[in-house]
Design a protein around this ligand. Structure first.
Ligand code: NZQ
Ligand code: ZN
Length: 387
């Protein structure tokens, strides 16, 4: 195990009806509030009205940025930054899925920065200050509700990049499983794949002597696998939605990477696909991750054997390590297919025309991944296997 520091200041408020606490949670941060949301799901569900009534109850002046896209765009984020500056916003409230939360983090940091917010993603500047933000999450997937990361897209240059800082951790996040009842089956599946992928990025590690971290990871995977299918079958299954929501938060809130070298190559590759084709992040991961697994499993076959046996219950007796490892990878693909996630880029209408460019962008700062270092050619071969 490696040395580590663990810091997570986000207050989680979990349970049905907890939006009723929103006003009191926002109150300490001021009355000029920017409410950020997406394409309208929160209006259809009635959540918007509840949020407005909570903000009215504390006498807040509410400014709105709506229409945040899935794969949130720089142009929209810049509109939010302009509102923050002109209206002297004191608090940014994100209500929606990961895209809304990520856009809000970028707005919160960009509002207090003189340059272009994109600078934070290309390592030209480091976030020095940010407006406080809070979230009401409506979709189990990214973990953005309890971390300091945001992923944003520059549609003009077709680039998708991340920014991060401890300064953009949400001050609080409200997680009400009932708010996720209306998430359609395909988005539920995308979220399931994203959560599992976050665990994979941190579990498939060359670091040794990390039994607690491994079992944390395996327990999240098993919880998602069991409850994911239930949530797909019955979107209003409270227990399934609650377990999925909690698993999503803990998959990427800093618990799993303690003392461990993490990978993140598959996310890097997927972001390049989303940058050009604007596909859902989880759908891209469903296609790419099993192919990454096949590409790397021989680097440390014992971890893949452990994964197959402990997570998928594969019986190793009479089988070689290779067979067990491959059975675990096949079980992963079969599960993704069972919940309706795509298996090939072709299913999304994507051909091989941009593979060279995507591989070049994914490795623009050098080889990616730590379980197995991937150069441009290796990324090309994973993308080609994904066609
Ligand atoms: O825009 P609205 O109308 O709200 O609809 C959204 C959107 O169309 C809809 N939705 C959300 N909650 C709903 C709902 N529909 C019905 N009922 C509800 N309760 O779902 C659609 C997708 O929303 P989005 O926010 O894009 O999904 P997700 O949460 O999967 O976020 C994906 C984004 O997060 C980034 C991804 O790259 C992608 O841009 N990521 C962020 C990370 C982070 N900050 O730590 C890590 C991840 O690995 C990921 O990269
Ligand atoms: Zn992800």
């Amino acid at each position: 195990m490696k040395d580590f520091e663990l810091y997570n200041p986000t207050k989680l408020v979990f349970g049905a009806g907890k939006v009723q606490q929103l006003g009191e949670l926002v109150k300490p941060y001021g009355t000029q509030v920017l409410l950020v949301y997406g394409g309208g799901s929160i209006k259809r569900s009635g959540l918007y009205d509840e949020v407005i009534s909570q903000l009215n109850s504390i006498g807040a002046t509410v400014h709105e940025l709506s229409g945040v896209e899935p794969n949130p765009r720089l142009t929209t984020i810049n509109k939010g930054i302009d509102i923050c500056r002109s209206e002297k916003i004191e608090f940014v409230l994100a209500v929606g899925g990961g895209s809304v939360l990520d856009a809000s983090k970028a707005i919160a940091a960009g509002a207090l920065y003189d340059g272009d917010v994109w600078d934070f993603t290309i390592r030209k500047a480091v976030i020095q200050k940010a407006l406080p933000i809070g979230t009401v999450l409506t979709l189990a997937a990214t973990g953005s509700e309890m971390n300091g990361n945001a992923v944003i897209s520059n549609w003009e240059t077709q680039q998708k990049r991340g920014l991060g800082s401890k300064l953009v951790y949400p001050k609080f996040s409200i997680l009400d499983p009932k708010l996720t009842y209306s998430v359609p089956k395909d988005q539920t599946a995308n979220g399931i794949v994203d959560i599992m992928s976050h665990v994979f990025e941190q579990y498939f590690s060359l670091t040794t002597n990390t039994p607690l971290q491994e079992r944390f990871a395996e327990s999240i995977l098993q919880t998602v696998i069991e409850n994911g299918e239930k949530a797909i079958d019955n979107g209003s299954d409270y227990d399934a939605r609650a377990n999925l929501l909690l698993a999503g938060t803990f998959a990427l809130n800093g618990t799993l990477p303690i003392g461990v070298v993490t990978d993140w190559a598959s996310h890097g590759i997927e972001h390049e696909v989303s940058a050009i084709y604007d596909i859902a992040h989880g759908a891209g991961l469903a296609i790419i991750f099993p192919n990454w697994m096949k590409h790397v499993y021989q680097e440390r076959i014992d971890r893949f054997v452990q994964y197959a046996v402990r997570v998928w219950g594969i019986d190793p007796s009479g089988k070689s390590d290779e067979e067990v490892a491959l059975a675990g990878i096949a079980a992963t693909r079969a599960y993704f297919t069972r919940i309706g996630a795509p298996a090939t880029l072709g299913e999304l209408g994507i051909g091989g025309e941009n593979i060279d460019r995507m591989a070049a962008e994914a490795t623009v700062f050098g080889p990616i991944g730590s379980f197995k270092s991937l150069d441009k050619e290796a990324v090309k071969s994973i993308l080609t296997a994904s066609l």
